[in-house]
Design a protein around this ligand. Sequence first.
Ligand code: ARG
Length: 465
Amino acid sequence: MASQQKQANMLWGGRFTGGLDPLMVAYNESIYFDQVLHKQDILGSIAFARANFNAGILTKDEFDKIETGLQAVEAEWVAGTFKIVPGVDEDIHTANERRLGELIGKDVAGKLHTGRSRNEQVATDMRMWLRDELRAIEAHLVSFLKVTAQRAATEVDLLMPGYTHLQRAQPIRWSHWMMSYGLAFASDLERLREVIKRVNRSPLGCGALAGNPFGIDRAAMAQELGFDSLLWNSMGGVADRDFVAETLQWGAMLMQHISRWAEDLIVYSTAEFGFVRLADAYSTGSSLMPQKKNPDSLELLRGKSGRAFGHMAGFMMTLKGLPSTYNKDLQESVEPMLDHIKTVADSIQIAEGVLATLATQPLKMRAALDPFMLATDLADYLVRKGVPFRETHHISGECVALSEKTGTPMNELTFEQLQSVDARFDKDISEVFNYDKSVEMRSAKGGTSKASVLEQIAVLQAMLE
Ligand code: ARG
């Protein structure tokens, strides 16, 4: 009996007579997560009521009552006094309308939903919410990139080993390393700005799927709600969760960059490398080993990238194979979206904090440079004397072998030893063994010379204005 009574209260209760399995009630309801959309739901409802008033569906008096009532409902959400009725308030749309009816009477409140479907409502709410969140994320990303650019400018004179296969390869500027990720994140920023355009399109007025029969002014509603444009097909408008999928794809890529960035810094912060020291604010100790200072912030950034990818992969599977327009499967877009946005927004801010506060260890960076990292420079020296590179590569390799065989660092081989390998080495060969010179030689655009790195910083800064 009790469950039948509840049933009658539900929005679509009219044609259902039997009670729902209690687990089915819980399985179906989304109110416990979609309540975060309360503000968007209220604003969307006010815009919809206004458009119905302008279309002659509501009187001025009815519209005023609905608007004032909806504002009162929103005030309850903000104050934390809104009482969800378990088993009745299936989702945020149902809950707000139920409460509106209690505040202004069902006769007027019952007119709000004229021509409207929750299918268009949920898509509208999600798009408005996501648009605002992505704009906030854009600001976080810009801020992180400003720290990157600033730090790269300040520390442009620090040299360290550059790696391939995690083996010492060639000397680079520390700032060149920072900017290598900075420019990847800059591409993420470009992509984000693209995604926001497609998120910020209005489905309101699409109805359940076929459109609105009361001549509602969709453009006016879209404008009131801050949308840039409309979704132009009502069936597509209620079916579309590509705006969520695209956001998750975007975030998965960004987190993949953050993860690799974090991995480098984890390696660089070990005693074996010692290039950087994390601030206490972003490290934790061990409960057992008193000496430990662990890079938990960076490990979490790396770890959470898996979770971000999971949101994306899982939701793509949810979408795959859905028939046309709205299906309840689409409700599964909300939770991954919420968790993804929190994960990405927090991660960017943590990454910024880590980078802004870490201390570099310039002497350790220098000490890790090894004369073998100049073997290419040695080959290039002979190239400049007209020797074909394939030959110089071989000659330089022989010098490496001689150095290894005699246990002499390559820069300490005598002039005679070098000449025994190839007579074309002149006295000025000693100038090759200079790390600063080596990085300055790489002066073509995009290289690790000071001017090239400063130019990269300028390119990045131009994107941040
Ligand atoms: N809570 C639902 C969702 O998030 C709202 C739309 C319900 N529409 C429906 N036809 N049952 O998708």
